[in-house]
Design a protein around this ligand. Structure first.
Ligand SMILES: Nc1ncnc2c1ncn2[C@@H]1O[C@H](COP(=O)(O)OP(=O)(O)O)[C@@H](O)[C@H]1O
Ligand SMILES: [Mg+2]
Length: 229
C-alpha cells in the first residue's frame, strides 16, 4: 500500500455569481498518507467546505489534478465516481444530516444498503446490522438504537453521524466542522472519538475554523487566500 491516500495539486475553484467571479481555491496542493489525521484550519468563507467537497468527489475542481487512492478524479466515469464516494469516503457534517423519520440504527445502516441490490441486501442485512450495532456500542450509543435523531442531544447525533460515516469502512473520513454546532466540552469528546478511530488506522481529513480542535490531528495546515500554508 505505497500509494498515497490522496494527492491534490494546483486545485482551483471559482463560483460565478451573476457577473462576479468568486475565486475561492487558488492553487491548493495537498498530499495525505494513509493513517494521517490532517486538520485544515481556515476562517469562515475561506473555502474549507469547497475543498472538502472536491476531496470527497462531491464536487469537481475547475483546474488542477486530484488523485484519490490512485484514481484520477478527472478520468472517473460518473458511475465509478459514485461507487468510490459511497464505498471509500465517509462524511460528517456540522449539522449531522440524519434522517428524522428513521431511528439511530436505521440511519447508520443506510450507506451499507446503498451498496446492494434489493436481493443482495436480503443476504447482507443481518451482517450490516451487527456491524452497525458494534459501531454504535463503540460510540457509547448502545441504549439509543431505537431513538429518533430528534430525541438525541447534539453530541449523540454527531456520534450517530460518525457511525454512519464509518459503517462501510471508508478509506478516508472527511469531517466538515464536525463540532461546530456543539458546546466545547461535547466538541472535545467528539474530537477524542475521532482520534481513537485515527489511532486504530482511520485516515481523516477535517476542516475547521477552530484552532483548538486541531490538537487531535497529526498534521495541521492553514487555508488562507485560497492556498494551503
Ligand atoms: N455553490 C456556491 N455558489 C456560490 N458561492 C459559493 C458556493 N459555495 C460556496 N460559495 C462561496 O465560496 C466561499 C467559500 O465557501 P466555503 O467553501 O463554504 O467556505 P468555508 O467552508 O470555509 O466557510 C464563500 O464566500 C461562499 O459564499
Ligand atoms: Mg464550510
Amino acid at each position: 500500500m505505497s500509494k498515497r491516500m490522496l494527492d491534490a495539486s494546483g486545485l482551483h475553484k471559482s463560483y460565478r455569481m451573476g457577473r462576479v467571479n468568486l475565486h475561492v481555491l487558488r492553487g491548493v496542493s495537498l498530499s495525505v498518507e494513509h493513517g494521517e489525521f490532517v486538520a485544515v484550519i481556515g476562517a469562515s468563507g475561506s473555502g474549507k467546505s469547497t475543498l472538502l467537497h472536491i476531496l470527497g468527489l462531491l464536487d469537481k475542481s475547475d483546474k488542477g489534478q486530484f488523485i484519490l487512492d490512485g484514481n484520477d478524479a478527472a478520468k472517473l466515469s460518473s458511475r465509478r465516481r459514485n461507487r468510490i464516494r459511497c464505498q471509500d469516503v465517509g462524511f460528517i457534517f456540522q449539522f449531522y444530516h440524519l434522517l428524522g423519520e428513521l431511528n439511530v440504527l436505521e440511519n447508520v445502516m443506510i450507506p451499507a444498503k446503498v451498496n446492494y441490490s434489493t436481493i443482495g441486501w436480503i443476504g447482507q442485512r443481518r451482517q450490516a446490522k451487527t456491524q452497525a450495532i458494534e459501531l454504535l456500542e463503540r460510540l457509547g450509543l448502545k441504549d439509543r438504537l431505537k431513538h429518533r435523531p430528534g430525541e438525541l442531544s447534539g453530541g449523540e447525533r454527531q456520534r450517530v453521524a460518525i457511525a454512519r460515516a464509518l459503517i462501510n469502512k471508508p478509506k478516508i473520513l472527511l469531517a466538515d466542522e464536525p463540532t461546530g454546532n456543539l458546546d466545547s466540552k461535547t466538541g472535545l469528546q467528539i474530537m477524542k472519538l475521532l482520534k481513537t478511530f485515527n489511532d486504530a488506522g482511520q485516515t481523516i481529513v477535517m476542516v475547521t475554523h477552530d484552532q483548538d480542535l486541531a490538537a487531535a490531528a497529526t498534521r495541521i495546515i492553514h487555508l488562507r487566500d485560497g492556498r494551503l500554508k
